[in-house]
Ligand binder design. Sequence first.
Ligand code: G5P
Ligand code: MG
Length: 224
Amino acid sequence: TMVLQRVFRAVIMGPPGSGKGTISGRITKTFGLKHISSGDILRANIDAKTELGLLMKACIDQGQLVPDDVMSRLILSDLRAVGQSSWLLDGFPRTIVQAEALDDAYSVDTAVNLNVPFEIIKQRLTSRWTHLPSGRVYNIDFNPPKVSGLDDVTGEPLVQRDDDTPETVTRRLNAYKTQTEPVLEYYRSKGILETFTGTETNRIWPHIEDFLHRRLSSANQRVA
Ligand code: G5P
Ligand code: MG
């Protein structure tokens, strides 16, 4: 793991199933950034049957975005809690309103954008298995668990997400096109958007790893 001398703040963007969770896991392991996933936080609330979780479940299961004010409050309070650590936000911001709320509180160093074709994505999501407590993801074709149906690390059961049905995936992709794609333009205009295009995570990853190595060493030099 690389040692960071100054706080580094990144977001990872990309359509549902583009590999944000998978690549975030690799970034966290290699660069030691804290991974904060909006979807994992929402699912943890649903699992724990919190008031927020119960309220948001219908929305999520229908493939719609939860309201901006709810989401921004949730994420900003989590970011305050991590304090002066470097972080990687996955799944937030998803709208221009959320991007502005984040900007008001923090300056984002880089936005890593995974550009994966929609045709590839549908197949992946319907064969995804998730370990809810950690957010670790598996795939029957791509990275199957060592023991079928169980998480590699804890041995706990894996589940299929309620929003990974073909109909809901279509709705999520539509929400992405109309509400989230404009955020890419927002970060492009700020000069911090870095797009990685491809159909396979293992081929995209080395480029992201190179890019972050360069970005993080130059950030450290500026501080030294
Ligand atoms: P989430 O949880 O943020 P999405 O829809 O943005 O959900 P998702 O589905 O979690 O994104 P991902 O993280 O981009 O996808 O992808 P992943 O899990 O790493 O990979 C997908 C699958 O493909 C896995 O099975 C993986 O193993 C496999 N895979 C990876 N790479 C490859 C490969 O190269 N080849 C193959 N064959 N397979 C591969 O949000 C969920 C909901 O929460 C609400 C919304 O309702 C949203 O729909 N929400 C928000 N609402 C408002 N504002 C926000 N900011 C919100 N955030 C969440
Ligand atoms: Mg994810």
